[in-house]
Design a protein around this ligand. Structure first.
Ligand code: SAH
Length: 397
């Protein structure tokens, strides 16, 4: 099939020459020529001069991703193999690490192919397809893995709309089916992982360094409150780091049995921990009423959440979340404030924290900052991909 010419509007030409990877809707003057997802496209100047080659795949505000700036380079098996093997070589130290066998193997545009991520879980490969366009390359990607990866099995998550089409919820692709949970290791911590049980697998790999810091530097002797705790991954790290007690709070009913499981696979007595199914905002009020104070509070909300009572958005509500937290944190206590909202950067995030402290006339000191670990490789021309922001701070009064 002949590549489709996409005309780049004049004011965006420089950006694409400087290797901006996302083909954005607003930068193209003839988007109507796009029909079939997965089609190869050429970005061209209005004069027709070639800028870059990519594929069409609808993902949020994107029409697709740039794959190469060399006109002669084909998007074929060799192309995918080169990108995936390079990505594997970059993770060599993680493959060698005897204490860690769960990490991101391929991170979208950071590894040269936007819309595609591959996570590694102790020999199991989990592919995330972010558009129908990238999904059309499935056979090629699987063939590459057949050739270069020594896998137990491949699973996949289709993270795109299939226009009402019935979606089989079996994510198994190939190999020998796993028996879930599989127990993976991260810096010596065990985590139970389910690859065939919905969109989320039980652990968010991008917080690896933060979990390690909590265990190794902050948790000892503390009563830790973990809000929006999901499967309690941070609570487990804190307990292993010597926390006197952890309290995990999440709205989802499933979170309780999942958290019990994560404690249990690490030999921690879950009955000595508190695992509470409750709206975090109700819990703040409960804790205030009961005069509860914590030595350390972890805040890792979803970017956006809707519950029966309210909607919450980190971009709007983080300052008030910080204020609620300050009220139940001991003097000299630690707050771990995290967000994965890609719509604002570190500077703005620090502003939200500052606002919460100012409005409560409380002082604090930032101890550490974290962003994505190196396996979540970021394309320098696309800082929006660097979404994770974590601030560890000490409340001073
Ligand atoms: N911190 C977790 C990941 C959080 S994912 C980790 O490191 O593994 C977001 C979680 O927030 C989900 O489990 C969801 O159930 C929960 N959640 C969303 N809104 C909530 C609310 N208002 N109160 C409590 N939990 C909430």
């Amino acid at each position: 099939m002949k590549p489709i010419d996409l005309r780049v509007k004049t004011r965006f030409i420089k950006k694409y020459h400087q290797h901006f990877p996302l083909i954005s809707k607003d930068s193209i003057s003839n988007p109507e020529v796009l029909k079939q997802e997965g089609a190869i496209v050429h970005l061209t100047e209005p004069s027709g001069k070639f800028i870059a080659k990519g594929y069409h795949g609808k993902q949020n505000k994107g029409l697709g991703w740039v794959l190469t700036h060399q006109q002669g380079e084909k998007i074929d098996f060799i192309f995918f193999k080169k990108k995936i093997t390079t990505a594997m070589e970059r993770r060599n130290s993680l493959f060698q690490d005897i204490n860690t066998n769960a990490f991101r193997l391929f991170n979208g545009e950071g590894d040269g192919i936007g819309g595609l991520t591959i996570d590694y879980f102790d020999g199991f490969y989990l592919i995330n397809w972010y558009s129908e366009g990238i999904y059309s390359f499935k056979d090629t990607v699987i063939r590459v893995l057949d050739e270069v990866a020594d896998y137990k099995a491949i699973y996949e998550k289709k993270r795109f709309d299939t226009k009402g089409k019935y979606m089989d919820d079996d994510d198994f692709v190939k190999g020998e089916r796993g028996e879930f949970p599989i127990i993976v290791k991260e810096n010596g911590i065990n985590y139970a992982v389910y690859l065939n049980d919905g969109a989320m697998v039980g652990i968010f790999l991008d917080q690896r360094n933060v979990r390690k810091a909590i265990r190794d530097k902050y948790a000892k002797g503390k009563h830790v409150l973990n809000t929006f705790s999901y499967t309690g991954a941070f609570s487990v790290a804190a307990a292993l780091g010597g926390a006197t007690k952890t309290t995990s709070v999440d709205l989802a009913k499933r979170s309780k049995s999942k958290t019990i499981e994560q404690f249990s696979v690490n030999g921690i007595d879950f009955e000595a921990q508190d695992i509470i199914v409750m709206d975090v905002f109700d819990y703040f009020r409960y804790a205030l009423r009961k005069n509860l104070k914590f030595d350390m509070v972890i805040l890792d909300p979803p970017s956006f959440a809707r519950s029966k009572k309210r909607t919450f958005s980190t971009a709007k509500d983080y300052p008030s979340l910080i204020k609620d937290t300050i009220a139940i944190t001991e003097k000299s206590g630690i707050i771990v404030a995290s967000t994965n909202n890609a719509s604002f950067g570190m500077k703005k995030f620090k502003g939200f924290i500052e606002k919460g402290f100012q409005e409560t006339k409380t002082k604090y000191q930032i101890l550490e900052e974290y962003s994505l670990p190196t396996d979540f490789r970021v394309d320098q021309s696309y800082p929006q991909g660097d979404y994770l922001k974590v601030i560890i701070l000490k409340k001073l009064n």
